[in-house]
Each structure stands twice: as structure tokens, then as C-alpha cells.
Design a protein around this ligand. Structure first.
Ligand code: COA
Length: 179
């Protein structure tokens, strides 16, 4: 992992910091606020260890050193949102965005777009030319958000199990042009 500590957002009053395993407790509180997303995706609440697992769980062939989690904080240092991402997955040119999530009361005000764009600029500065991610078909607002951010659906996967739900999943990708 490089010695990155964070990146900044254009709108003032917010900061982004890299999250480390010691932040699991504060991240878990954000997960607990996002029950709507948990029910939509898994049909149940996030587990009580979801935040800890976010730091420890990586796909085969990757290590926790490839995992980058960022927290979006307000001016009082309250965590409002997160991005979980994976370096060079599934190839050297691609950064994988595992999850972006904002506390419900902070959504739909442009903050998610600002957070994502700042992340994208940071990724671009790492010399990577593409960001890819998965979105379940049932998350219509999420899919709309990604299309607004310039992502295109590149394929649809066979239905997959998430918690007690089964979802069709889209893989989306975006070529970076941030200088
Ligand atoms: C997706 C998310 C990060 C977007 O951040 P945001 O700050 O709400 O989005 P912005 O205000 O920058 O942009 C608004 C757009 O996001 C989309 N959107 C996604 N989820 C939304 C939500 N819960 N409420 C409102 N808009 C949402 C809409 O398309 C909206 O576009 P519109 O104005 O044309 O309707 C945030 O809504 C969120 O945390 N949602 C729950 C988790 C989630 O779905 N993550 C994505 C997984 S694929």
C-alpha cells in the first residue's frame, strides 16, 4: 500500500480519508444506517461483522494490501459515506469499485457524485485507465447513478445469491479521462 492518507473533495466542509481496520467500529455504524440498501441487496440487515469483513475479505489472487477503503467525513469528523475498492482487479489496468454508500440523509444532494469523481481522479493518478463495478438489477437508483457518472453496462451475469436474495447483476465499466 502506498502512503496515501486521502484525497479532497471540491465542495468544502468534507474530507476523505483512507480507512484502516481500526475504523471498523465507526464503519459498522454507517452500515447500520444503510438498512435500506442491505434489505434491497441481501433481504436482511448487514451482519454485525460486515465492516470488519470489508477489511479482511478479498477475492482469490488479491491480498488486503490491494484493498483501499475511503471514508467521507463532515467537518465534525462524522463518517457520512464510504467507498471500498480493489487495486488492479480484474487486470492491471482496472480498479474495482466494490461499494459506494452514503448514509440515507446525505443522499441525492450531489455528494455521492462529488465523492465518486474525487475517487476517480485519485485512481487515475495511480496510472489505471478503467474503473469497473457490479450493480444488482434491482438497484435502479444505483444503476441510474452509475450511468450518470459515465459508466456503461458491459455484461450481465447469471443470477447470484446475495444473503437470502437472488439477483441479476450488471457489470459496468468506465474508461478514465481525468488528467
Ligand atoms: C448511490 C449513492 C452513493 C449516490 O450518491 P447520492 O449522493 O445519493 O447521488 P447524487 O446526489 O450525487 O446523484 C443523484 C443521483 O443518484 C441516484 N441515486 C442513487 N441512489 C439514490 C438514492 N437512494 N436517493 C436518491 N438518488 C439516488 C439517482 O439516479 C440520482 O439521479 P437523479 O437526480 O437523476 O434522480 C447513494 O445514493 C447511496 O449511498 N445509495 C445506497 C447505496 C447504493 O445503492 N450504492 C450503489 C451500489 S451499486
Amino acid at each position: 500500500m502506498n502512503n496515501l492518507t486521502g484525497f479532497s473533495l471540491e465542495c468544502s466542509g468534507y474530507s476523505v480519508k483512507q480507512l484502516v481496520p481500526e475504523d471498523a467500529e465507526v464503519l459498522q455504524k454507517l452500515y447500520e444506517q444503510c438498512k435500506d440498501f442491505a434489505f434491497l441487496t441481501y433481504g436482511e440487515e448487514f451482519s454485525s461483522t460486515a465492516a470488519r469483513e470489508e477489511f479482511n475479505t478479498v477475492p482469490e489472487g488479491k491480498t488486503t494490501q490491494d484493498s483501499y477503503l475511503f471514508g467521507l467525513f463532515d467537518s465534525h469528523n462524522v463518517l457520512l459515506g464510504m467507498i471500498a475498492s480493489l487495486k488492479h482487479y480484474r487486470d492491471q489496468q482496472t480498479w474495482w469499485l466494490g461499494l459506494i454508500m452514503l448514509a440515507p440523509e446525505h443522499r441525492n444532494k450531489g455528494l455521492g457524485a462529488d465523492f465518486y469523481r474525487a475517487f476517480e481522479c485519485w485512481v487515475s493518478a495511480q496510472g489505471v485507465s478503467q474503473i469497473s463495478l457490479c450493480a444488482i438489477k434491482a438497484n435502479e437508483l444505483g444503476l441510474r447513478f452509475w450511468k450518470k457518472m459515465g459508466f456503461e453496462v458491459i455484461r450481465k451475469t447469471a443470477p447470484r445469491q446475495y444473503g437470502i436474495k437472488t439477483h441479476e447483476v450488471y457489470v459496468l465499466s468506465r474508461t478514465l479521462n481525468c488528467s
